[in-house]
Design a protein around this ligand. Sequence first.
Ligand code: ATP
Ligand code: MG
Length: 316
Amino acid sequence: MHQSETAAFLNQKGGVGKTTSVVNVGAGLTILGRKVLIVDLDPQGHLADFLGIESNEVDYTIYDILRGRVHPREAIITKPLRARLFIGGSESQLSLSVIPSSRDLAEADTAFANTFEREHLLKRAIARINDDYDYILFDCPPSLGLVTTNALVTSRKVFIPVQTEYLALKSLESLMEKIESVMTELNPDLTIGGLIATRYDGRKVLSRTVVEALRQQYGALLFDTVIRENIVLAESPRFGKDIFSYRPRSFGMEDYMNLSLEIMGRIAAANTLFSVERGVITSNAEILSPPAGDQKLYANEIPGVVSESSSSISNE
Ligand SMILES: Nc1ncnc2c1ncn2[C@@H]1O[C@H](COP(=O)(O)OP(=O)(O)OP(=O)(O)O)[C@@H](O)[C@H]1O
Ligand SMILES: [Mg+2]
């Protein structure tokens, strides 16, 4: 039976690139032919802002879902990606599904204090739409409270964006403790999918030092792809766009496409099993299948992806 891959993007440190990564990995995986849902678990509601979702478009939020008031499908908003993709000569309109957040989530710890199995509310809700998507990505708040616990209980993977700056490693200790406690007490299926170095500036000694320290401490858990500081990544939310739609020929796009490919590869590898019976290595065929159509991926662009602003090359 088809099941979505569930992943939480988490770091209790604020402003490290969680939301930027959820939106752009979500868009990257969509361009690679996957069906993706992104879920905002942060009461700040940045995910909806990021994608230009207006408040009048929102009927229900993740809070209504957690309260059991609505089926998750009723809260899903479908956002067309403004990057257009030409597959086999014809244009294909891609879209990303989004469940928006609500300010009420800030009170979740108290609101659900007496709720039965309150750590499993999200998992039970998401189970109802588990067959509908290839990937479900959770944008966590910058805290380790009940909402984050719910995200970790629902996910098979946790991805940790780490800003390449002073004190970056310090917050990781309590984060790893939190993840380990969820693994042992609530979700034995959870594994660390990887650490993502973000906002990297190769001209700064500090950026390079932090990446080296991460590599030394976490080894292969650190993704090879490093997300560089790129102004267009910070600009794109103002236009309600992911980076593929906003500036398809930027460093930001290149980095998020490479990260999306690495994430797909890691998940596929984790789902690959040696079968004694058949004497072959088997895998989740859906996840390992090549991207839809005859797309070819090059190092710094995806031919065929065009956007309204594709004429300018912005590698600033
Ligand atoms: N690689 C990058 N280059 C330039 N700016 C970036 C980059 N990544 C993120 N930013 C900017 O940094 C700020 C914080 O990023 P983001 O909102 O993704 O972090 P966050 O971890 O989700 O924050 P919070 O903890 O508040 O939810 C945003 O203004 C975003 O546009
Ligand atoms: Mg955020």
